[in-house]
Ligand binder design. Structure first.
Ligand code: BJW
Ligand code: ZN
Length: 239
């Protein structure tokens, strides 16, 4: 059995539970991960951290949009999987449940999760490069409008690129919950990107039990109380 009796008991007794998810939780929905299996996502020969970069937004926004519109088109056909649905059930099971995601795909909300803390933004929103007004671009592929209807500046995807700040308040809210939870799950993330990965460390230092669900080892694995080597869609419904 993948889940130890000790962990099952902790899970049943827990009052405050926090879950941090990453791209791996959407892998079984057909969404490609960024890293994993020794590979890095590539678009037109460019590693993703080159095309999804602040520099590219400044120098070639059209190319950035092409990459994001391609992914938005792809995501239109992706549905939440058993892992997303399991987490949507967990929100009704505990006194205090917090779901924090690095994903921009919106699949947690599509599975019924409420108040998801999206640390890295959402692919179905854009914002004005001048006044930062937000636009819902769900369903519009390619994205429309292309320019802000207030100040006419071009829009960019509402996602957090390397070196950019996280959405105001999002990390602070997640940090508060991580510091006060009994159980912290880290699911489907390579745990390489900060400050998101730091939430697991904060939780552990604050006394929570740390549980990893990932088919591969990560830099966080040795720090966890339990590591479950399996796919999120197969493991999470077992709780
Ligand atoms: C499965 C599975 C299955 C497969 N089931 N699992 C501290 C130390 C060092 C560096 C830093 C630090 N603090 C900040 C930094 C800098 C930087 C950073 O972390 N760099 C490191 C990489 C070195 N962080 C930032 O820049 C952040 N901003 C910031 O810190 O602002 C403050 C600041 C500003 C200015 C100056 C100084 C400070 C912002 C980070 C933004 C990340 N953005 C991206 C791209 C979004 C756009 C896009 O989508 O194109 O977000 S990067 C990319 O990585 C994406 C993801 O959300 C993020 C995390 O990836 P994730 O989710 O872990 O996915 P993968 O693909 O890496 O892993 C998938 C995993 O799933 C694998 O482990 C598989 O095994 C597993 N898996 N199938 C379960 N079925
Ligand atoms: Zn504007």
């Amino acid at each position: 059995m993948l889940i130890s009796d000790e962990l099952k008991e902790k899970f049943e007794a827990a009052k405050r539970v926090c879950v941090l998810t990453g791209a791996g939780i959407s892998a079984e929905s057909g969404v490609p991960t960024f890293r994993g299996g020794g590979n890095v996502a590539v678009w037109k020969g460019m590693p993703f951290d080159q095309i999804s970069s602040v520099r590219m937004v400044r120098e070639n926004l059209a190319e950035v949009w092409e990459w994001f519109d391609y992914r938005r088109g792809f995501l239109k056909d992706c549905q939440p999987n058993a892992a997303h649905f399991a987490l949507a059930e967990w929100q009704n099971k505990f006194d205090d449940f917090t779901l924090v995601t690095q994903n921009i795909d919106g699949l947690h909300a599509a599975a019924g999760s409420r108040d998801v803390i999206e640390l890295h933004g959402n692919i179905n929103r854009a914002y004005c490069t001048c006044c930062e007004r937000r636009f819902d671009i769900r369903g519009a592929i390619p994205h429309t409008p292309e320019n802000c209807d207030e100040c006419f500046a071009p829009l960019r995807p509402d996602v957090v690129l390397f070196g950019e700040m996280l959405p105001i308040g999002a990390f602070e809210k997640a940090e508060k919950k991580a510091r006060s939870c009994d159980l912290f799950f880290i699911v489907g993330t390579s745990a390489l990107v900060y400050p998101a990965a730091g939430l697991a460390e904060l939780a552990k230092y604050s006394g929570a039990s740390l549980v990893e669900v990932n088919p591969e080892e990560t830099p966080m694995s040795g720090f966890c109380d339990e590591t479950i080597r399996g796919k999120a869609g197969e493991v999470l419904p077992l709780f």
